[in-house]
Design a protein around this ligand. Sequence first.
Ligand SMILES: [Zn+2]
Ligand SMILES: [Zn+2]
Length: 213
Amino acid sequence: MTARLDHRNPLVFDTHELGRRPGALQRLTRTVDAPKDLGIPKVVGVPEGAPLELELRLESVMEGVLVTGTGRARAEGECVRCLEPLQLDVEADFQEMFSYPDADDRGRAHRAEPGDDAEDDEDRLFLEDGLFDLEPVLRDAVVLALPMQPVCQEDCPGLCAECGVRLADDPDHHHDAVDIRWAALQGLADSLEPGDKDDKSGAEPGVDEKQEK
Ligand SMILES: [Zn+2]
Ligand SMILES: [Zn+2]
């Protein structure tokens, strides 16, 4: 279904050195160029080619290789409130099991829980010739680690709704027109108050109760 893994791809790791003896451990660090689309599309992400530091711990277990690690990089995006460009350091932790293809049945027996075997199976990742591709795992972890609504500063006041100026640059900024709008909204709210004359045709709770008894 997928093309064979290429060991020259910097996000492909080789487990041959680790071996298959359960309990064997290997630690790796590697700095790679970030792959493209690493982040939340159109919101915030690590630019393609930016340095991405990886720290990995590979552990040989019965059914495969358990990979635990952290990716660190600098993401770029823009503030959702004031639209200023921003940068933030992202640290993404991940843990994933890469199963031996021949350990399929045993793995399934261990992890079988009612109702989730089909889903589980699809999500499982396998070693291919002793190699695994970290990219999908890393991608999920980075997306989870990034804020869905990045802000340039915690209390960014955003943009003036009236003229679009960045309020953080001009805290005392205001327009009188805003007050007029508020007054108009207030008037609208008053006219929507419950208890209007139209409601009399409907049943009032108190009346209903009397009729039923
Ligand atoms: Zn902002
Ligand atoms: Zn304004």
